[in-house]
Design a protein around this ligand. Structure first.
Ligand code: NAP
Length: 436
């Protein structure tokens, strides 16, 4: 029975679902050894460092990941960075296939003046800051002003807005990183604007995220009822109202009609607003928006402007991949054809393959599709290219599955005492010592 060796690079949802698809494809005539490489000593990718801490149910998929990792054909090489500690050229000859599941970690930029001022951040920095990603612990998040502005109308923008707009006592029983939680407790921010450049009918938020807004216990959620009505009229006139949009429009109506609770904190949606400039003397002081309108179904600039005084602007307008040595990237993704990197034994799954779209579960079908192609492409004879362990520099402390289990258990135990699901360790050296 041929036995193939597969390397998966990246221990996020795309990586684990690729491993699962390989495990499920095994039969009497085909089997796999799976080696997963992850640059951090911690696993689960966006489930750990992306998903908002106040959405703990979404993180329960980590149990599935750990089940996949407990299979005997799975080996973990954590704290090993492909492109730095190991080259792609060293992986490819040793594996029958290499699957890049490295996601998209760099925030897209607005390309407007003032974007580089201190106080102007990308969600790609803010989200891992509050989630305790070791590389983002020192991100400067000015929380001493009363107003914050989030640019973008997708679920990441919504996560950022909730993290700034809810009462931090709601985050106490979550796994928000300790440094971020204490900063949020000190935060003076009381008004969070979320600005979308099109109308509410074209917002990328999904209905479950909208429907939870009126349930927030300590935050007023504001959208102009006229804006919701106009969005409905425009969508109906354009005969655009399919199921997903109908659900979103209904959620908007409920938000608009929900009585404000007179809370100290407010989240306010502003639509048809495109950012033109971020102004300030040495730091962010104001964001200037151009006002759009919709004419014949097209978004057009009216030429009018307005501005919001703030010292914190977070743009949540999408991501692109961080290039990796030895891999060709195009349009912010690994250059690929349906997941195949043509002319090589490299494949890609997840955001690195298709760009930053879809929920965690989307990676499951994506992985299954790519694994089918990978299996079609396998040579009848496995490579038997030798074990990778001999190539990993001795100076690297590999965090294997048992090491990661120790980190995981230590974090859960530390959190238990505080009534939290876990207390994240954010220092790489301490994480490595926990794994010993
Ligand atoms: P997204 O859903 O693609 O939303 C990006 C937003 O940025 C859109 O509203 C887009 O507006 C706007 N935008 C892009 N360029 C802009 C510019 N130059 N100026 C102003 N606005 C601009 O991306 P995301 O929020 O990063 O989310 C990525 C994926 O993760 C999505 O599939 C999302 O659903 C998923 N996610 C899910 C959850 C969850 O399930 N709870 C949580 C977080 C993320 P236009 O539409 O006008 O281009």
């Amino acid at each position: 029975m041929p036995h193939y060796k597969i390397a998966i690079v990246g221990a996020g949802p795309a990586g684990y679902f690729t491993a699962q698809a390989l495990q499920s494809a095994q039969n009497d005539e085909l089997s796999f050894s799976i080696d997963m490489f992850e640059r951090l000593p911690t696993m689960w990718g966006l489930v750990r460092s992306g998903v908002a801490p106040d959405h703990p149910k979404i993180k329960s998929v980590a149990k599935v990941f750990e089940k996949i990792a407990s299979e005997p054909n799975f080996r973990l090489f954590g704290n090993v960075e492909v492109g730095r500690d190991l080259d792609i050229e060293e992986l490819c000859p040793r594996y029958d296939a290499v699957v890049m599941c490295t996601g998209s970690s760099i925030g897209r930029t607005l390309g407007i003046p003032g974007e580089d001022l201190p106080g102007s951040l990308s969600a790609a920095d803010f989200v891992p800051w509050y989630n305790g990603h070791p590389d983002y612990v020192n991100v400067e998040v000015p929380l001493d002003g009363d107003t914050a502005v989030i640019i973008g109308a997708g679920n990441v923008a919504m996560d950022c807005a909730r993290m700034l707009g809810i009462n931090p006592i709601e985050l106490d029983p979550t796994d928000t990183a300790a440094h971020a939680l204490s900063a949020l407790h000190e935060s003076k921010v009381r008004h969070v604007y979320i600005a979308g450049r099109r109308g509410p009918e074209h917002a990328a938020f999904t209905a479950p995220e909208l429907r939870e807004l009126p349930k927030l216990e300590h935050t007023n959620v504001v959208i102009d009822a006229n804006a919701v009505h106009a969005a409905h009229e425009r969508a109906a006139a354009a005969r655009e109202i399919e199921k997903h949009l109908a659900s979103n429009l209904e959620a908007w109506r409920l938000i608009a009609e929900h009585p404000h609770g007179g809370h100290e904190r407010t989240m306010e949606f502003r639509f048809l607003s495109h950012p033109i400039e971020i102004r300030g003397n040495g730091k962010v002081e104001e964001v200037v928006f151009g006002v759009n309108e919709i004419k014949d179904g097209k978004v057009v600039d009216t030429g009018e402007t307005y501005s919001i005084k703030t010292n914190l602007v977070i743009s949540a307008i999408g991501y692109h991949s961080l290039p990796i040595k030895g891999i060709s990237f195009r349009d912010g993704k690994v250059e690929n054809d349906n997941g195949r990197v043509l002319g090589t034994n490299i494949y890609t799954v997840g955001w690195a393959k298709r760009g930053p779209s879809g929920v965690i579960g989307t990676n499951k079908s994506d992985a299954s599709d790519v694994v089918k192609l990978l299996i079609e492409d396998l040579d009848p004879e496995p490579k038997n290219g030798g074990d990778i362990s001999v190539v990993i520099p001795l100076a690297i402390t590999i965090v294997d599955q048992s090491g990661w289990s120790k980190i995981n258990a230590a974090e859960i135990a530390a959190g238990e005492a505080l009534g939290k699901p876990r207390l994240k360790e954010v220092d790489v050296a301490k994480l490595i010592s926990l794994a010993q």
